[in-house]
Design a protein around this ligand. Structure first.
Ligand SMILES: Nc1ncnc2c1ncn2[C@@H]1O[C@H](COP(=O)(O)OP(=O)(O)OP(=O)(O)O)[C@@H](O)[C@H]1O
Ligand SMILES: [Mg+2]
Length: 256
């Protein structure tokens, strides 16, 4: 938990798709070093919230502030350059390329070297060693030369996070980094991600459905429901909230 000023916050953020109020007035904040879990049922608006923060969609109303500046209208690329990175619910990798090259491309793009990517990348020894170091912090060093498409799902998810991490963000928004893997693999993934982001004091928001993971790895939990924040608090507070139990965990009123 952090007592620092928030690095990123939103004020009454809204994004509607026709009649669907996907994000309906969300005021959220996150500070450096915090790991926040964003939970909520399917269709609650979690991915849309990330899409709006990162500039995939413009909000219909509301504001986004980052490092004290209004970035509501900044482009997707500009937000990445400022230090806001994300991973995807469905991974966003170059499948034919190796794990190392996927991370290398992210490092090169951060360094503004994308236009010379067609040149032999081996020339950039420093880029290669940085990419290897990043792979190692996610436990993927032995998979460096394996094409992304040949990795098992859990490692593909980790690689997608490693690619976002390679952009050296200050804010990292992870959309279901553990989806589609076994319960045991979910823990393995979180045990790679959480210490790495904490070590770098990256403000990290993780969208997650598995409650063991949510309660086990986050400092704070934000619950979204129908585009709104239903509740937020420490994991133990959220676990005990009657409203959250009824709406998310399927516990009916009166049941113990
Ligand atoms: N591009 C889009 N166009 C139209 N409607 C959309 C679009 N993206 C999301 N929606 C709608 O907005 C609502 C919120 O969707 P969103 O994907 O943000 O939910 P979510 O909380 O991420 O759900 P899940 O847990 O299933 O990933 C849903 O009703 C969805 O159908
Ligand atoms: Mg989603």
């Amino acid at each position: 938990m952090s007592s620092q000023e928030p690095i990123l916050y939103t004020v009454d953020l809204k994004k509607y798709f026709g009649e669907v109020r996907a994000v309906d007035g969300v005021s959220f904040k996150i500070s450096p070093g915090e790991v926040v879990a964003l939970i909520g049922p399917n269709g609650a608006g979690k991915t849309t919230f990330v899409n709006v923060i990162t500039g995939y969609f413009n909000p219909d109303a509301g504001k986004i502030y980052y490092q004290g500046k209004d970035i509501t209208k900044a482009s997707r690329i500009k937000k990445i350059r400022m230090g806001i990175a994300r991973s995807f619910q469905l991974v966003n990798l170059y499948d034919e390329l190796t794990a190392l090259d996927n991370v290398r491309i992210a490092v090169l793009s951060r360094l503004g070297k994308t236009s010379i990517f067609w040149k032999p990348v081996e020339r950039f020894d420093d880029v290669r060693s940085e990419a290897l170091e990043i792979l190692a912090s996610f436990g993927l060093e032995e998979k460096a030369e394996v094409p992304a498409k040949a990795l098992p799902q859990g490692e593909r998810k980790l690689l997608d996070v490693a690619v976002a991490f390679a952009l050296r963000p200050r804010v990292l928004l992870l959309d279901e980094p553990t989806s589609g893997v076994s319960s045991k693999d979910k823990h393995t993934i979180m045990e790679r991600i959480v210490p790495t982001v904490r070590n770098e004091k990256i403000a990290t928001m993780i969208i997650e459905h598995d409650m063991d993971i949510v309660f086990g790895y986050s400092d704070r939990v934000v619950v979204m429901y129908d585009g709104k924040i239903l509740a937020e608090g420490k994991p133990e507070e959220i676990r005990q909230s009657r409203e959250v139990q009824e709406k998310l965990l399927g516990v009916t009123a009166g049941a113990s």
